[in-house]
Write a protein that binds this ligand. Sequence first.
Ligand code: ATP
Ligand code: MG
Length: 303
Amino acid sequence: MTSVRVTDLVKDYSIRTGLKRTRLRAVDHVNLELVPGRTVALVGESGSGKSTIAKILTHMETPTSGSVDVRLDDGTAVHKARYRREVQMVFQDPFASLNPFHSIEHHIARPLRIHKRTANAAETRQRVLEMLERVNLTPASNFAPRRPHELSGGQRQRVAIARALAPGAQVLIADEPVSMLDVSIRLGVLNLLGRLQREDSLAVLYITHDLATARHFSDEITVLYRGRVVERGPSDAVILDPHHEYTKLLALAAPDPERPGRVTSADPVDRAAIDNSRCYDHFAGEWVEAGVPSGDAVGTAGR
Ligand SMILES: Nc1ncnc2c1ncn2[C@@H]1O[C@H](COP(=O)(O)OP(=O)(O)OP(=O)(O)O)[C@@H](O)[C@H]1O
Ligand SMILES: [Mg+2]
C-alpha cells in the first residue's frame, strides 16, 4: 500500500499588481499525512489553499519548498509513472472534467491503456464494465457508449471516480467532489467514495467546506486558514471540542441538527484578526507553531 507524507509544504504565487509583482503565500509550511484506509478531511474557507495542496499532490503545481514523499509499506519511494498512476484526483466539476466528445467507455479505457493495466481490447472493455458496475452505473453496457451530456451530474461524478480508480489508484485526492451536485444526491456519491475507500483501503484526502460531511466521512480533520494548518485531530475531537478560534467559527456556522436555525454567530467576527500563527494538535494535545514566525511571513492567502 502507498502512503503520502507532506512536509513543510510552501507555495508562493507571484501576483501582478499594476507594474509591481508581489508574492502571495497560498500554502504556508503545511504538514499532512495520508495513510491507507484512512480519510483526512481538509477544511477551510475559500482561498485558504486547499486546491493548491491538491494540485501539488497530483503534480499539477510545483511546490516553492517542502516535500511530498510517497512511499510503499516497505519504505520504497514511489516515483514518476507509478506516482501518476497511484495518486489520482477527483475534481469538483463533473461537467468540466469529462470530454464531451468522448464516450464514457473512452474516459475509463484511456487510463487503463496509458498505464498498461490491460493486455488487449477485450480485457480493457471488460475492465471498463467492471469499473462502471463498481460505481453503481448499471447496467454498465448501457452507460459505456453514452456521452457525458447524456448523464446527470451525479452519474458524471461516478464516471470521474471510476476513471480515477481505473489505473489502480491507492491515494485519492477529492477536491470538493460533491459541492457542485444537487444536495439530494451528494450523500449517495460520498457513500460511494466511502465504500470504495474501504474496499480498496485507499488513502483519501477529502477537501470540503462542509464540516458535517467532513466529520461523517473522515477519520481526521485538518483545518486550514490563510494557508496554515490551525487545527488537526480525530474528526470527533475537532468538531466536538474545537480549540482554535477559526475552527470554532466554522463549527458555529455549520448547520446543527440539534439546534435548527442556528447558522451564524451572534457576534460578527473580524476574520482578518484571527490569528493563524498557532495550531492546536489534538494528537499531541497541545498548541504548536503554525507556518513560520510572523517576521518571515509574506502576504498570506485568503482574507
Ligand atoms: N495560479 C495562481 N496564481 C496566483 N494565485 C493563485 C493561483 N492559484 C491559486 N491562487 C491563490 O492562492 C490562494 C489559495 O487558492 P486555492 O485555490 O488553493 O484556495 P481554496 O482553498 O481551494 O479555495 P476554494 O474553496 O474557493 O476552492 C488564493 O488566494 C488564490 O487566489
Ligand atoms: Mg479549491
